[in-house]
Design a binder for this molecule. Sequence first.
Ligand SMILES: Nc1nc2c(c(=O)[nH]1)N[C@H]1C(S)=C(S)[C@@H](COP(=O)(O)O)O[C@H]1N2
Ligand SMILES: [Mo]
Length: 525
Amino acid sequence: MKKLTNWLKGPTAMAALAGVAAAAVVLSVAELIGAFFTARATPLIAVGSTFIDFTPPWLKDFAIATFGTNDKAALFAGMGLTVLLLACVLGVVAYRKWALGVAGVLLMGGVIVASVVTRASVKPVDAVPSLIGTLAGLVVLRLLITRLWRMRSWPGVAADVAAKDPERPATTRRAFFAATGITAAAAAIAATGGRLLSAARNNVAQARESLTLPSPVKAAPAVPAGVQSAAPGVTPWITPNNEFYRIDTALSAPEINAEEWELRVHGLVEQEVTLTFQDLLDAELIESHVTLTCVSNPVGGNLAGNAKWLGFPLREVLKMARPTEGADMVLSTSQDGFSASTPLEVLQDDRDAMLAIGMNGEPLPLEHGYPVRMVVPGLYGFVSATKWVVDLEVTRFADSKAYWTDRGWSERGPIKTMARVEVPRSFAQVPAGKVAIGGTAWAQTRGITKVEVQIDNGPWTEAVLSAEASVVTWRQWSFEWDATPGPHYIKARATDGTGEVQTEKRADPVPDGASGWQSVMVTVQ
Ligand SMILES: Nc1nc2c(c(=O)[nH]1)N[C@H]1C(S)=C(S)[C@@H](COP(=O)(O)O)O[C@H]1N2
Ligand SMILES: [Mo]
């Protein structure tokens, strides 16, 4: 104990503290100045995004399997811890050998600046906040470390310093803490100020709020009564926007001014086309319910959502551009550099793939692609649902690779048939007697024609299907179970509109989607 307190009062702990204060200055100064640049150019966001881009498929899949849609919060926590450790180390190194400490700080600054300038749609000047932040951190580190060198209670060092520079007096621990405290307070003020300033400068959220969507020329077919599962507790058939799963590589959602948004359609086309947001508002829009699903969704997982989308058919966009002979793919790219490869014919057939601007009667939320995203029934999001879309290149699978295809996932991604058991929950305790089992099944573009339930190793028995809205939306089901006391396993499987039964074969999400039957263990009392 005594040893620990002595160590905490000693030069190593204090130098580490100086390092942490200097790191806080780097980040907060960059945040403050960053208010005048794009948010994606601030150090943590840029480094985090670059880290995501280098994430191998197994790590992405692990992150989603472990943290689900909290994967970004987990990444931020991990980065926070890394910064803290690095800052401690750099502080100690700078105290022992200043030149080495400077080299370390400059190296970190270099990594940050390199991450910033290599982001998509980020200009070289966007490195300014990180550069100034790094320099400010270096100055503060020097001031604090100098105080430690002059510490009166560490005679060796202080005497050395005093011999070199007799004019400057030695300092005290109290003076060092005061300087560190002032630095920390200044950093907190700068960071808060930066936040407030960027919120005030950012009018994209406000512009979205005040946008009124036009009515569709072709309204969504009425949703039949009885789409909701008879079992209480099953997911709502329509997923509210704020509960809709979010999966993307963007640490901070791009903030795109709708008035400046443009979509360029080019590549293997007879006619290049450029669309503005106003063009979309003026166009003949359609509306339809479509269930989106993420390829990373594990068996029984909740990375799927169903919404009413308002948009312009991609078929019509492609009619204007007139793809040439040999084209078989459209590479859609977002403002932040994500891309997806979608088979050309899927965007031209009658499934109503669209450039969506509305979600459940509202403009797209910022996190779901404002102002414009793609919605393509039947394909996993990673090969079709590009949010913040700004570019469509008509090309060939043989010639271009999309973001996740470059990282070990497949180049095509039709959605696999899946039945999910939602109630009772895994490991639930239920009373004996009549128990309502229920859930959701999907096989977009093929539709669901049957869901069967198996208790333990008994016979497969047909569940009651809720009404079907369309083959591109999910379909709910319920099953009344006469439960007897003891532990039991509930399994479910679906049959799609082609008559094919969901495969029992287990597959991981990588490379083209999970498969297998979900099994839920419950205890009946
Ligand atoms: N710009 C961009 N669009 C993207 C992604 C992305 O990382 N960046 N992820 C895709 C994936 S993997 C999925 S599953 C869907 C999810 O859409 P949602 O977040 O609106 O549910 O968006 C797709 N569109
Ligand atoms: Mo996804």
